[in-house]
Design a protein around this ligand. Structure first.
Ligand code: SF4
Length: 342
């Protein structure tokens, strides 16, 4: 049995940071994040010779490894890989590595927002993920393919776990060497969390999950999202994006007969007047048991044209990995060993 202090064994990358001097701890974490083993030679050649006690601590940490473990890897025809990760308490989350170099990470076990069209919110939220559990998702993804972009669009609502997610943004910058400008925080909004985000030093790009510009329809689709008036949420998102210097990405999951009508486009364009942003239409991915469909492709194209004709940039996202249930809205707790939450 190991006699290492419990603060090192199974303490995650943050435990390693605390156990070693600053520069050595950072080097160790950078090597681990890039898939290399932090051997004494790696420290020597950078003029950071490890003392014998430090070597022992590092070896004890390496023997214990990361705090998350890949339990299942599902590969899609387009090369997308969905990872089912087991956490130390037995709970499970999913992470998606995409061949375009992006990693979609989860921020909570489950999600409290309960969007009607999303598998992740079907069973409520169980707990927040720690910053270690978020950072490690990128570390696992990088072992499969080159990753230079992180999107906080997996299971969970990042603003409900704001401190840990923003800590992960800074750590991914420092340890995984991916700039906050290459990270996108996707949220249903809320004036207070958006204002709080402006106070952090490492600030990611922002995606606002709008899905409808009509207050009543949005409340029906996103029943437990913040209840702030939509113009206030959009204004707070715009202010944040202007601070950061990148436009706000407005996400709109396309649901036939619900948010694909001319009236929906009118309301959207009116709401976005003066906002420095663009619309990203997401083609809905089917979820078993949910009564939604994507609009036909000609309708989607017409919507993009209508938005562009009002002077707002619009794009269509066809999510990666739908055949592996790795696409937007398809990550779920069910059958993953997590007890359900009522
Ligand atoms: S779409 Fe996002 S916010 Fe909505 S339930 Fe799913 S994970 Fe939560």
């Amino acid at each position: 049995m190991s006699d290492a202090p419990t603060s090192v064994v199974g303490s995650g990358l943050s435990g390693l940071a605390q156990a070693l001097p600053l520069a050595k701890g950072l080097l160790a974490r950078r090597l681990i994040a890039s898939g290399r083993t932090p051997t004494p030679y790696e420290f020597d050649r950078r003029g950071l010779r490890l003392a014998p006690g430090e070597q022992t601590i590092l070896q004890q940490w390496l023997d214990a490894g990361l705090v998350t473990r890949v339990e299942l890897e599902t590969r899609s025809r387009d090369g997308t890989v969905k990872l089912l990760l087991a956490l130390q308490d037995g709970k499970k989350v999913e992470t998606v590595a995409m061949t375009v170099g992006a990693c979609c990470v989860s921020t909570q076990v489950g999600c409290a927002v309960g969007c009607r069209f999303c598998a992740s919110g079907l069973y409520g939220v169980e707990r927040h993920l720690s910053s270690d559990e978020i950072v490690e998702q990128v570390v696992h993804a990088r072992r499969l393919m080159p990753i230079d972009r992180v999107v906080y669009m997996g299971m969970g609502e990042p603003s409900h776990n704001l401190d840990n997610v923003m800590a992960a943004v800074a750590r991914i910058r420092d340890e995984v060497m991916i700039s906050p400008k290459r990270q996108t925080f996707s949220t249903v909004g809320g004036v207070k969390p958006l204002e709080r985000m402006r106070q952090f030093a490492a600030r990611p790009c922002l995606a606002l999950s709008l899905h409808s510009a009509n207050e009543q329809t949005r409340r029906e689709l996103l029943p437990r999202a913040h209840k702030d008036p939509l113009p206030d949420i959009v204004a707070a998102a715009d202010a944040y994006a202007r601070d950061v210097g990148t436009p706000v990405q407005i996400e709109w999951t396309l649901l036939a007969g619900i948010n694909d009508r001319d009236q929906d486009i009118d309301e959207l364009c009116t709401l976005l007047k003066g906002v420095r942003g663009f619309v990203n239409f997401i083609v809905y991915n089917p979820v078993d048991g949910l009564p939604f469909n994507a609009p036909p492709i000609d309708r989607i194209v017409a919507m993009v044209r209508a938005v562009k004709s009002r002077g707002i940039l619009a794009t269509i996202r066809n999510s990666s990995g739908p055949d592996a249930e790795a696409a937007c809205g398809q990550l779920r707790l069910r059958d993953r060993g997590n007890p359900t939450v009522s």
